[in-house]
Design a binder for this molecule. Sequence first.
Ligand SMILES: NC(=O)c1ccc[n+]([C@@H]2O[C@H](COP(=O)([O-])OP(=O)(O)OC[C@H]3O[C@@H](n4cnc5c(N)ncnc54)[C@H](O)[C@@H]3O)[C@@H](O)[C@H]2O)c1
Length: 464
Amino acid sequence: MSSFILNHRRHEIPRESEQCTTKARKHWAWKKAVPYLLKEQRLLFILLGIALTSAFFLLQPQYRFRSSSGGKSEHLPLSERHDISYYKELSSSDSFGGYENAYDSWSAFGKQQQQQHIRHMSTGAKIPLGLKRKALRVVVTGGAGFVGSHLVDKLIARGDSVIVVDNFFTGRKENVMHHLGNPRFELIRHDVVEPLLLEVDQIYHLACPASPVHYKFNPVKTIISSSFHACLLTTNVVGTLNMLGLAKRVGARFLLTSTSEVYGDPLQHPQKEEYWGNVNPIGVRSCYDEGKRTAETLAMDYHRGELVNVRIARIFNTYGPRMCIDDGRVVSNFVAQALRKEPMTIYGDGNQTRSFQYVSDLVNGLMRLMESEHVGPFNLGNPGEFTMLELAEIVKEVIDPDAKIEFRENTEDDPHKRKPDISKAKDLLGWEPKIALRDGLPRMVSDFQKRLFGDHKEKLSVAD
Ligand SMILES: NC(=O)c1ccc[n+]([C@@H]2O[C@H](COP(=O)([O-])OP(=O)(O)OC[C@H]3O[C@@H](n4cnc5c(N)ncnc54)[C@H](O)[C@@H]3O)[C@@H](O)[C@H]2O)c1
């Protein structure tokens, strides 16, 4: 056998003259090829082709996935195909063993699976530095409301496509009307208590009547959608469940807008995220407080059990343009009353405290959280603390120094103190509010003036 190979090879060896001819031919080929390439800008076109091909594969990371994962990426959800930089971030940071207590309770199997999944997702998922991120498809439930509409403005400005889902219970079409006609904007009248199927990358779940006037009106729906009492309960529970189900089905990231009300009438001050709260489960505010607490529980269960990518924000009192007038929240109440020359109503002795955050600060915080690798919960609020009497004085300074104050009996379960500890959001999200109450209030006042009095500015006597 070996002799055969030897013979065979010997037979293959070219004779000396043949070798010379081959060398000469090669030499001749190079001599011809080089000038050929240099002629008629051929080399330039070749280099241009290489550059274009490289740019194409760098800009379309999903094609790189396809090659590295045997074509499996075709079945990946939209979010995973688009938001690859996020997975890279995740895989490079210790997001599972680190700061989140919630993660500690994950089963080893769940962790392993998720880590494997993330490793898989991060293979070759490079977006070159300096290139713009891919636009996302984002759902904002409750997007026609106060906070939601500001969030929609910012998402659209960022270049994303936004679908607003709202039943207009407390929201208004006017809040988002300026986006109608924009091909990246859609508005769907829909109650989140009913299931909905959409192909999206991210879900901001805000749908829930947030003001006491509204949620006391329909408590059962509040808890279910986190909707008004029955309505509030239904909205918070069934609504959140439906949106989590959607997130699971399409692989979207899900952000829940919870509330400082989960701390109830707090016995810890300021409130940290680790505090479990002091909530009356059977009071008039319970539909909202317990609805949101249940919504948080559902979100964490979907996160642990179904591996849904969840974010939880606990929002503290927020104010700004487009707030519902007469919705029973203290800032809107005072501003509307002072503008109408009515006495400002203080419930109780006015020494209870709240902190007030301007809406743009909140929207920045929500988006930071959504884009971060952290689940939360995170307190999002302004730590500046004011008594109701101090707030009334500031409103007087801004609107009318002669405005009167009227005291009424306090409402049931009104928290005595409220102030967020935002160190966690500062450390992990790099977020903190920027706008002080005295700077934010005038912006809200001019919006309320327009909505209350239209163009009849002569009716107003707003201090500078
Ligand atoms: N604004 C604050 O100070 C504050 C504080 C804590 C938490 N939050 C939370 O932030 C979110 C937004 O609050 P907001 O101040 O913008 O309130 P908002 O009442 O202005 O907005 C809520 C929106 O949800 C819609 N909605 C209510 N129930 C719905 C349902 N079943 N289906 C579809 N849409 C529904 C309403 O029509 C409205 O557009 C809420 O979840 C609220 O609990 C707000």
